[in-house]
Design a protein around this ligand. Structure first.
Ligand SMILES: [Zn+2]
Ligand SMILES: [Zn+2]
Ligand SMILES: [Zn+2]
Length: 460
């Protein structure tokens, strides 16, 4: 026999109003007073059924908490601003906010959190894909929602996390579009004429992220042992409004009509015409007089593994020494204007390179080298991993070099297993800089001229 729980007993009675009433004790409220809930129906059988349902939810621990349940929109804000902000990386937090603002709130923001159903998420993902978003984008939306709902569930605001009941959008692995070895060499040859040449060699040769490359400091680089640590990464975070009415704040910058297809106004915009604003647009925070949280910042790398040292491909070492010498000259020339950040790759006055400018330069080099358009990530990190694989370096080693936490990530590049990271670094060095030590890399050699001629022929 089950133990009696007199305090948890429900009561059912016929009221003087002609309705049947049921009262169920759920537990205690936040303030300590008993949480009694009310159900009402026309017949005794109906109210009994309702009471049973509520008791079942209570006994299974799935009953929503007492008090007002927030909407999805309200919860996302609470979750991001008071919970996630303490636990996740600024860049990720930024990204969660952007997915919330642009994708989650406009589609499902008004649902009460406990009334959100798996079908709503299915519809959201279907709509986003139909709008032309990449599956990887939709997957990020899913992750954002899923984490927010997980906390809501843990805090008993909802009885279940509906995101776990929906299949995450699958991301095609072919979305990665790295350079081939040939393209990587062409890219580096084209980049060699630039002041930032080594930044690109470093990004591909060590398969590091943009932020890690731009945040690299001399003090974490040991040119004698050929090791480097990427302790910080440089990132550009999106500004947020600090004002009370973000929509009104951006009123001068809202544009509600799409550009004509032959628009000339935004010809110089590398990312094309800006998209028209949503009706209740709250963007344009960069011009908010009380803007906060944005700009260039140094953050700790994404994973613990990212803090482990990397082996620099040997041909890069003398190039780094040269680069350092050139930077000394720039420092002397800049004089008082020099801003010391100890950065390996900096602007001529020592200030950090804006990731946006870096991105634009990547696109410029692509165009110059006659390589088809792709993402910066594909052109550096993915390329590094892919070339190592092509060179026959094993999966475990590539995983170490790319400092992946999970082998499954590395498997996107690799098939088998094998030996040492030193050897791998030597090989990628040889593959990308076969002439290292023999020719000055920054001067144009006959082979680069030949390559350019070949490319010109190819374009025609
Ligand atoms: Zn706007
Ligand atoms: Zn335009
Ligand atoms: Zn504002």
């Amino acid at each position: 026999m089950s133990p009696r729980r007199p305090n948890m007993e429900s009561s059912i009675y016929l009221g003087s109003d002609g309705w049947w009433h049921g009262r169920v004790t759920m537990g205690v409220k936040n303030d300590g007073s008993p949480d009694r809930r009310h159900r009402r129906a026309k017949t005794e059988a109906a109210v009994r059924r309702k009471v049973k349902e509520l008791e079942k939810l209570r006994d299974e621990g799935r009953a929503p908490k007492a008090g007002r349940i927030p909407t999805v929109e309200q919860w996302m804000e609470t979750y991001l601003n008071t919970i996630a902000i303490r636990t996740i990386k600024p860049r990720t937090w930024d990204d969660y906010w952007s997915k919330t603002r642009n994708d989650i709130n406009p589609h499902i923001g008004k649902h009460r959190l406990d009334r959100l159903r798996p079908e709503h998420l299915d519809q959201l993902y279907t709509d986003l894909l139909a709008q032309g978003h990449a599956p990887s984008h939709v997957l990020k939306v899913h992750r954002t929602l899923s984490r927010a709902l997980k906390i809501a569930h843990r805090r008993e605001l909802i009885g279940r996390n509906v995101a776990t009941l929906v299949d995450a959008p699958s991301v095609e692995e072919t979305e990665a579009n790295p350079f081939t070895q040939e393209q990587a060499k062409d890219f580096l040859k084209t980049a060699a004429k630039r002041r930032t040449a080594l930044r690109w060699g470093f990004g591909i040769g060590l398969a590091v992220r943009q932020g890690e490359t731009l945040g690299l400091r001399w003090s974490y680089l040991d040119l004698d042992t050929g090791e480097c640590r990427t302790e910080w990464q440089l990132q550009r975070l999106t500004w947020r409004h600090g004002c009370a009415d973000p929509h009104a704040c951006g009123s001068r910058r809202h544009r509600f009509d799409a550009c004509p297809t032959d628009c000339t106004r935004h010809r110089s915009y590398k990312r094309g015409c800006p998209k028209p604003c949503a009706k209740n647009c709250t963007k344009h925070a960069s011009t908010c007089p009380e803007r906060k949280g944005g700009g260039l910042v140094f953050t700790r790398p994404k994973t613990k593994k990212s803090q482990r040292p990397l082996v620099i491909p040997p041909p890069l070492i003398p190039l780094l020494r040269e680069h350092k010498a050139r930077q000394e000259i720039e420092r002397a020339e800049a004089g008082d204007a020099w801003e010391e950040n100890d950065l390996v790759f900096a602007r001529p006055d020592g200030r950090p390179i804006d990731p946006r400018d870096d991105w634009e330069e990547f696109k410029e080099i692509l165009a110059e080298a006659g390589i088809s358009d792709r993402r910066l990530y594909d052109g550096s990190r993915h390329t590094g991993g892919t070339i190592l694989n092509e060179l026959g370096v094993g999966m475990r080693t590539i995983m170490e070099i790319m400092r992946h936490t999970h082998l499954s990530t590395t498997r996107r590049y690799v098939k088998s297993t094998d030996p040492l990271a030193q050897e791998a670094a030597r090989r990628i060095g040889e593959a990308l800089w076969p002439q290292a030590g023999k020719t000055e890399t920054r001067t144009e050699t006959t082979s680069t001229k030949d390559a350019q001629a070949r490319r010109r022929r190819r374009i025609k």
